[in-house]
Write a protein of this length. Sequence first.
Length: 476
Amino acid sequence: MTQKLSKTLVMKFGGTSVGSAEAMAQAVQIVKDAHAEWERVVVVTSAISGATNALLDSAARAVNGDLQAVLANEQWLISNHEKLADALISDPARREQVKQEIAQLVGSFGALCRAIGVLGEASPRAMDAVASLGERLSVRLLAAACESQGVPAKFVESTKLVVTNANFQNAHPDFGATTFATRSILNPLLEAGVVPIVTGFIGATPEGVVTTLGRGGSDYSAAILGAVLPADDVWIWTDVDGVMTADPRMVPAARTLLEISYGEVAELAYYGAKVLHPKTVRPVVEAGIGLRICNTFNPSHPGTRLVANGKNGKAARGEQVIKAVTAIHRQRLVTIEGRGMLGVPGVAARTFAAVASTGTSVPLITQASSEQSICFAVPSEAVDAVLAALEKVFATELADNDIDRVWATEDVAIITVVGTGTRNTPGVAGQIFSKLGDVNVNVLAIAHGSSDVSVSMVIESIDAEKSVRALHELIV
Ligand code: ADP
Ligand code: ASP
Ligand code: MG
């Protein structure tokens, strides 16, 4: 037997990587290979693709008394998970046991939705209880499928590992408590050569109430576990060959970036590239851990390696400045304007305090001279609450006509060009705007300069795809 690397690897599989029998078989093979090579391997898995959407959709419909969807989704969950059990668990007794656990969890999903139906409302806490079931189902299957291939594996619910606050649907981990819990539960398994198969996405409050880390949060789970163990490397297995120059669904010519800096990928993720959850980067950077993104369906491809940030905000010599382009949709641009704001201190502070009071975060801000207008983007679903908060906080100024109006556009998109040196390299902004001019796209707002590694522009939603494709032509 070859000598194992005396190291710890955390691997995360996304929904499509465990979403069919072929995919899960491939994931199991990857775990088997890693187990042979690395001393300690921890696996984090998402729910099978479609499961979290089905769960949340059912709960939302149950609020309106529509229990038909719940029935249909119960069937879907049972049949899709049983199909995987039939294909991947060789021991009949073990298969039966996993099927019973599936039936039990799906039963509790039905019960939760019916309770929601009776109440006519679903609290964020109840939504998390429902959403968590997808990962609680998939870990059981993946662990049993690994065992069937001779890999000693044990499923672990991360409610026992990841301790969070009670900010349901977007919970924040307590790293101290999570370090203690994770090490005490995972280390004995790892020392015994067992591969823990851990639920992504979920955690629990100190009292044990289930929380989730936000949609797409399994990447973040892998980073949290990697940071607290600590691991040497975290590998995110997904359905594309790593981080690409654009979303390949939007830009067929997109290609894989073999390397990207932590700063660049954080910017890409924050501005809409779904390939990595935006919160993933910070724990791994702070813990000094390697991060790699690779393709379950093409495991021999090296994927993307995250590397240290470029020096002095400049691209390395000979390196391409513009590395990738991304878009986020369903945003609104909010403007506060009025001559009475001219030079009045504190307008910006009051504006953003009001926005913050609605729990909304702001991805982009611009301001015209002397505070005559402030303009910023918010997610469309937050716009009503944001406008109401602003009208309340500026009620006196609006009544006195010091502020003329507070208003929002229809849906817009934010497109972001990412690359170290976009701020400090002459001519880059010119290239970007002339490219958009070539395809006749009007820019409604710009944020440039506060980041070393990105330029963001607000444009009409309808122009988003064509703009991303055009800007992608700047990447050679
Ligand atoms: P997983 O279920 O594995 O977490 P996701 O669907 O969350 O996978 O993320 C992978 C998807 O992200 C890809 O299939 C791709 O369509 C999309 N994507 C968006 N932008 C990019 C990008 N710049 N590079 C790679 N993939 C991207
Ligand atoms: N299953 C969760 C979701 O669909 C988390 C994840 O897949 O990362 O959002
Ligand atoms: Mg994802």
